[in-house]
Design a protein around this ligand. Structure first.
Ligand SMILES: *Cc1c(COP(=O)(O)O)cnc(C)c1O
Length: 388
């Protein structure tokens, strides 16, 4: 985290500061591109770019050279389409919902077709308006979530009239275990993917998410779809995390107190003090994306000191044990670190028994957001190597 933006005291109306380092995002995009120089790198910006602000994120990625953007819902693509230059391509991962055809065409949005029925829907629409329309065809290679099973793909390959009016730009699939380099499911899925692609030799291959990029060049293909790694999350369960942290979170102290031994702390009295303690109540809770599972388990940090969460996480607050700090160190309005140099996004997710993705997408709207602009974005726009 950039220390310049770290604050020690709340200011204005903010009771918490969410810092989003767009410079780090920019660098993470470029770094992923260097991992696979022959492939194009898309940006997955679904769910408001994992909660970080799809508008800021997509414009930064565009400046870094990204031209392919994946979202989950058509509305996400429509909002971004209005913001980003026309040479950007938008793809809707959840597929073509009935009735979305005209909007997809009007906003130049490419649906990911997940079934033979969706192929027919899009093809019929293309025929009805007398146009050739782009599509991505998703094949299920072993996750059982979205996409045609290989048998259905075979039906399509044998009868190419099913894709009349369509230009299949990519055949894609999604890895279920990409963050586990040792998992044999990865190679198995890749094999199925490459076999499936033989049926559509004109379509390029789009396969890897963040984790897949680090599984070796066999997984790079034509276009990769990282999300979490762009946002600083670890692409693999095997450390170290090579990505730059993008997110920092500090929250304010709203009250401090001294409690005697035997005090019940928080809802349900799930924590009872064994001795006299000093406590601080902080201005963020589960409504702000600090999961209730952090109750009596997680911590925040101040001046290199770990301050354990005691008692249950409330909707708008948590209570931490500040006995380890010299008295008076933390005061009403002081800011403590939830995510930052002392405690990574993954640390918080681990303590909460969840994954970085869920923490990021839950952070909520009550923090004051500070976006740090990439220093070299303007220069990068002119020296950028064009992306495929
Ligand atoms: C969310 C998603 C991604 C991005 O995955 P990360 O693990 O965040 O890199 C890529 N592809 C599909 C189909 C997804 O749903």
């Amino acid at each position: 985290m950039n220390m310049q933006i770290s604050r020690t005291h709340a200011s204005g109306n903010a009771s918490g500061w969410l810092t989003i380092d767009l410079g780090a995002l920019f660098d993470n995009y470029r770094f992923l591109q260097t991992q696979a120089p022959a492939s194009a790198v898309a940006g997955v910006v679904k769910a408001d770019a994992y909660g970080l602000g799809a508008d800021h994120v997509a414009t930064t990625l565009y400046a870094a050279g990204c031209r392919d953007f994946f979202v989950a819902h058509i509305d996400e693509a429509i909002s971004l389409r209005k913001l980003i230059a026309q040479d950007a391509r938008f793809y809707v991962l959840n597929g073509l919902q009935p009735g979305n055809e005209a909007s997809c065409e009007a906003f130049d949005i490419t649906p990911v077709l997940n079934s033979l029925a969706q192929v027919a829907q899009w093809s019929d629409f293309a025929t009805s308006i007398g146009k050739t329309l782009p599509a991505i065809l998703q094949v299920d290679t072993g996750m059982c979530r979205l996409g045609l099973p290989p048998e259905e793909l075979e039906i399509l390959v044998k009868d190419q009239s099913r894709v009349s009016g369509l230009r299949i730009d990519y055949i894609m699939s999604h890895l279920a275990c990409a963050d586990e380099p040792e998992n044999l499911a990865n190679a198995a899925q890749l094999t199925v993917m490459l076999e499936a692609a033989l049926g559509l030799p004109n379509a390029k291959i789009c396969f890897s998410n963040s984790g897949g990029i680090f599984l070796g060049s066999g997984y790079h293909n034509h276009l990769m779809r990282p999300g979490i790694a762009l946002y600083g999350g670890a692409p693999s369960v095997v450390p170290p995390n090579p990505m730059k942290p993008v997110v920092g979170l500090q929250v304010a102290v709203v009250q401090t107190r001294i409690v005697p031994a035997g005090s019940q702390v928080g809802y349900g009295g799930s924590f009872v003090s064994k001795e006299e303690m000093r406590l601080a109540t902080l201005a963020a809770g589960y409504a702000d994306g600090l999961p209730r599972s952090l109750s009596n388990s997680g911590a925040v940090w101040f001046n290199g000191q770990r301050l354990p969460i005691v008692g249950r996480v409330s909707m708008d607050s948590i209570i931490v044990d500040i006995s380890a700090l010299p008295e008076g160190t933390l005061q009403h309005g002081s800011l403590v670190e939830v995510i930052g140099p002392q405690q990574s996004l993954e640390d918080v997710a681990d303590d909460a028994g969840t994954i970085a993705y869920e923490i990021l997408t839950s952070l909520g709207r009550r923090y004051q957001r500070k976006y740090i602009q990439p220093r070299d974005a303007a220069a990068a726009l002119t020296d950028r190597a064009p992306n495929a």
